[in-house]
Design a binder for this molecule. Structure first.
Ligand SMILES: [Zn+2]
Length: 377
């Protein structure tokens, strides 16, 4: 029997109005001058203002850094480090979706780590250069999908290679994640649907992935139950803070669960974003049913359990997924999003290079990935 490691360390504060607890956690980590990292959308929604007011009221002087691109580039990190130093900041409070949360981790890293970002690339074992002297970060998500708030990696596109690079280290884990459903209330239905499907995909792929991780499995199942209960409701009734809260929990649980691994769907999704500009969660929604059918032969019992959670009356897990996708207003194929058969060879080459399919329960070749794209058109 082999040895495995299980770890779930982040402090999570959950509840409507939980953002009021932010100053306590800034103080708990010994900080006084937060840099608030967000993007233009968070500022426009008035959420950056709300966060800085909460901090000011507790005597904590913060400044806002909002120059984070939807797909963060290394210049965003450098500009953020300059803002951190100019403010003489002592912690990072990241507010937003996956992009600001990822960028906040990397800004914190680069304030104390001198090497070029490329040296920290997880693909080349860069985590060995990352020490414990990263300043504290606190994450305040405003979407419910990526689960980056409890993750230990940041993704950034490097100027030299133009590649999305993953930087991973336990020292990038936030000291706290503040989950306030109120902050997701204004998310439009289509974004709620697509990001929610990302959370669902994390739970499903983690539950079915290779590896022995009963804790991740149980959390994945819990996340799937919340998606089954509340994804459609959050899309259809955005003001329902119970449904919004359930989806925040599901997103966070999905990211905790995928410590175990993901699967072929995420390998298909990544090139759809980088090559075709598709939203990540939407890409997963469009590819997941075909992946589930491909995996049916090797994880039939697990997929049947997922089917029963999603819809006990559905004939198959993939049928339940397609019905849910339709109900929440997402399209039924990649073709609707402008992807054609001619795109498949290049997409399949890129998907084969992606690491996620290595933990898919059924071994997946480049040709399998091409067939899965075609089945998802
Ligand atoms: Zn994802």
């Amino acid at each position: 029997m082999s040895t495995v490691t299980w770890s779930f360390p982040t402090t999570i504060v959950f509840g409507v109005g939980a953002v009021a607890a932010l100053p306590d956690h800034v103080k708990r980590v010994g900080a006084k001058r937060p840099l608030v990292v967000c993007d233009a959308g968070v500022v426009k929604a008035g959420i950056a203002d709300r966060v800085t007011k909460v901090l000011e009221a507790a005597g904590l002087r913060s400044v806002v850094f909002d120059r984070v691109d939807p797909n963060p580039v290394e210049q965003n990190v450098f500009d953020g480090v300059a803002a951190y130093q100019a403010h003489k900041a002592d912690c990072v409070v990241s507010v937003g979706g996956g992009s600001p949360l990822d960028t906040g981790k990397l800004i914190a890293l680069k304030t104390t780590h001198e090497r070029p970002l490329a040296d920290y690339d997880d693909a080349t074992g860069g985590d060995r250069f990352i020490g414990s002297n990263v300043p504290p970060t606190i994450n305040v998500p405003t979407t419910a999908g990526t689960g980056s708030e409890v993750g230990r990696s940041g993704v950034v596109t490097l100027a030299a290679t133009g590649r999305k690079t993953v930087i991973f280290s336990p020292h990038l884990l936030a000291k706290a994640a503040i989950l306030d459903p109120e902050l997701t209330r204004t998310m439009p239905p289509r974004v709620t649907a697509a990001t929610g499907f990302d959370a669902l995909t994390h739970c499903l792929e983690a539950y079915c992935s290779l590896g022995d991780h009963p804790m991740a499995d149980a959390i994945a199942i819990g996340g799937l139950e919340l998606c089954a209960k509340s994804l459609a409701r959050a899309v259809e009734a955005g003001d329902d803070l119970v449904a919004r809260g359930d989806m925040m929990k599901a997103a966070m649980m999905g990211a905790v669960a995928f410590q175990k691994g993901l699967g072929a769907c995420h390998s298909l999704a990544h090139p759809l974003s980088s090559e075709k500009g598709l939203h990540h969660g939407l890409s997963n929604a469009l590819c997941l049913p075909a992946v589930v059918e491909f995996n049916e032969a090797v994880v039939a019992d697990r997929l049947d359990r997922v089917r029963r959670i999603l819809d006990a009356n559905a004939k198959t897990c993939s049928a339940a997924l397609r019905a849910l996708r339709q109900r929440i207003g997402l399209p039924d194929g990649l073709g609707k999003e402008g992807v054609t058969k001619a795109d498949v060879p290049k997409l399949a080459d890129k998907a084969a290079e992606d690491a996620c399919h290595r933990s898919n329960p059924r071994p997946t070749t480049r040709d399998d990935l091409a067939k899965l794209y075609e089945a998802s058109l």
